[in-house]
Design a protein around this ligand. Structure first.
Ligand SMILES: Cc1ncc(COP(=O)(O)O)c(C=O)c1O
Length: 401
């Protein structure tokens, strides 16, 4: 079936975090203006209707109309929840996973929190590569662990790489116990190469640092890019993989994530120390439907997202050439460097968030030390709205372009 991602859909008044939760955005300091006219393209949440097989599966749950405690086994269908997951990763990434290596978890940020609690003690160090998706930092801090930042190096064009000397130094610190890898990387859009992944794994193993690899964007791969899970290319020892349908199929509200632990010792530790979390009936139904029958929708979404990214990059080239953006390898995120405009971060913020009334996410959220002058935009929305957002922003910067 052909999906229409150009459809105009009003998401106001649906309890949407992206479209409705003004208090949330203001409290987090993301914006001071948020009203009916705001175009929110700050968050990784698609404004598209979901795949039909997901809708049908959820409808069956509603028709049954009983929402009791839910597990991941069905006597009549054997291991269908697990087989949907193992089948997907085999087909997509040629990655062999066994059902007994999979643990359901209610969201990827929760998976990060559980991993921090399972593999480290309060006061110990958790390594990250800034700029990085904000909850990496906030989860380390809220669990009373120490942030160990090994910053990525920007070559000036928006291409970010690992500083392996610094990485090794920080991993070698006896207090560092866990590395939270983000691949594909949010916000830079990098997909790390097999060689980079093997090097990270080798260093971490040598220093006894566990890797938890957040691969939530691993199915949102841009045209001509390839993504490999670290556990596939760098061995399974010392590695925990955090997978999810939340971004892939736009079902974040269903909290559909799965942790894969193929290292038996780490699996044992995780099971001993982490909370046991069960899914809800919608999540299980959506997971099975999406992984078994969602391919057609995802192919079309990825093609549309490539089109949005082409559109946005062309637009910036024509109308805002001083803003530097590298085409992402994965994700639907643009990490934009406004520093060549010569404007202060406060002025950039005022022009975008207040005058244009477009909501993005400011660089310091991702990197308090080096993020000033950067903005993050997420483009999974209808092209007409993206165009309007870009035109509103460009109109505020004509004097400096
Ligand atoms: C890298 C990364 N991890 C985790 C999340 C959130 O995942 P979840 O909704 O599964 O908690 C996001 C959302 O943007 C993300 O970009």
């Amino acid at each position: 079936m052909k999906y229409d991602f150009d459809e105009v859909i009003d998401r106001h008044n649906t309890f949407s975090m992206k479209w409705d939760c003004r208090g949330f955005h203001v409290t987090l300091g993301l914006t001071e203006r948020f009203d009916e006219d705001t175009i929110p393209i700050h968050t990784a949440d698609m404004d598209f209707r979901c795949a039909k097989p997901i809708q049908d599966a959820l409808q069956k749950v509603v028709d049954h109309n009983i929402y009791g405690y839910t597990g991941t086994f069905l006597p009549g269908y054997g291991m269908c929840y697990y087989e949907a997951i193992t089948g997907w990763f085999k087909r997509h990434h040629d990655w062999d996973i066994k059902p007994e290596e999979i643990i359901y978890i209610n969201g990827t940020v929760e998976a990060i929190r559980q991993c921090i609690c399972a593999f480290t003690e309060p006061g110990e160090g958790v390594m990250i590569n800034r700029p990085i998706y904000t909850p990496f930092t906030s989860t380390i801090l809220s669990t009373k662990r120490k942030v160990v930042n090994s910053p990525l190096i920007n070559d000036g064009s928006g291409y970010y790489t690992v500083d392996f000397d610094d990485f090794e130094r920080k991993a070698a610190d006896a207090n560092t116990k866990l590395f939270l890898l983000c691949n594909p990387h949010n916000p830079t859009g990098r997909i790390f190469t097999d060689e980079e992944l093997r090097r990270m794994a080798e260093i971490c193993r040598r220093h006894g640092v566990v890797i938890a690899s957040d691969e939530i964007h691993g199915d949102l791969i841009r045209k001509e890019s390839v993504f490999h899970p670290i556990a596939k290319v760098a061995g399974t020892k010392g590695i925990v993989s955090l997978t999810s349908l939340n971004k892939t199929f736009n079902i974040a509200g269903l909290q559909a994530s799965n942790i894969v632990i193929q290292d038996p010792e780490l699996f044992r530790i995780y099971r001993e120390r982490a909370s046991h979390i069960t899914p809800n009936p919608f999540t299980v139904a959506a997971t099975v439907a999406a992984y078994n029958e969602g391919q057609e929708w995802l192919d079309q979404v990825n093609e549309y997202l490539d089109g949005n990214i082409d559109f946005a990059l062309d637009f910036f080239k024509k109308h805002m050439p001083k803003v530097k953006i590298r085409r992402p390898d994965g994700t639907y995120i643009l990490w934009m460097d406004f520093r060549d405009t010569g404007l202060s971060p406060e002025e950039i913020h005022k022009r975008i968030y207040v005058q244009a009334n477009v909501m993005l996410e400011g660089g310091p959220q991702f990197d308090p030390e080096r993020g000033a002058g950067f903005e993050r935009m997420c483009v999974p929305t209808r092209r007409s709205l993206l165009k309007e957002a870009l035109e509103r922003i460009a109109a505020q910067f004509t004097d400096v372009m």
